[in-house]
Write a protein that binds this ligand. Sequence first.
Ligand code: NAP
Length: 252
Amino acid sequence: MNFADKVVLVTGASRGIGRAIARQFADHKARVAVHYHQNQAAAKDTRAPMPGGPHVLFQADVASAEAAQHLIHSVVKDMGRIDIVVNNAGIFEPHPIVEVSFENWQDAWKRTLATNLLGPAHVMFWAAQQMKRQGGGRIINISSRGAFRGEPEAPAYGASKAGLNALSQSLAKALAPYNIYVCVVAPGFVETDMAASMLDGPAGEAIRNESPLRRVARPEEVARTVLFLASEGSEFLTGCIVDVNGASYLRT
Ligand code: NAP
């Protein structure tokens, strides 16, 4: 895979899966827009070992429509173009229906949908305008196994990812005439900050044993799938949702 001359925006690249995606794109010659929300120091750590470049840091709260618009405009202004967008930034906030107040319930739904669903929608709106002007592009969205399997502790999370799947497939159809291809990667549990408290807690072993490989995914394994979907020759996969869950949940 060779992404020479490509500019790639990875949202939520300060940590976890986004960091691995940003670094792998740089390893394959892309120039990377390393996006972060609150952790500028961590975003700098992401960038530090990346070869090539220049790779540029961008701050934005993707839950804000204005910030999402500004993010795309800033990437184009500072890096000249935008060829690939990876909507990876996301949050997971437990809000079990029989335990939380109605106020907490509403807050969790608003924050989760704003970050995990509306954020990618707004980023894609502006990225698509730019990619259309450039003659094409690639969008890869990071969803979750929870979209298919249910998220009893965090139903807004499951709904946000199911919505992201449907949004991605709608845009795969809408944008194909402009050579813009849209794919989804749906990981199961991954070794990151987001999953750390569950993986380190009493349920950790049971979670690892959900896969016959008896472990969860490494961020680099998710990143590898993203790069494949963004590479030349994978155009006809547009609209696909690729599971990266170690056979922990198989759907037909
Ligand atoms: P993580 O380690 O918690 O990192 C989350 C990233 O998202 C950080 O870079 C964070 O930025 C950014 N972010 C959070 N809220 C944001 C906002 N409002 N605006 C902009 N950026 C924001 O998460 P991860 O595990 O790498 O997850 C990455 C993606 O994979 C998410 O979409 C997640 O739902 C999905 N996923 C994860 C797992 C898993 O088990 N880890 C499983 C399935 C799917 P700052 O650090 O700068 O604040």
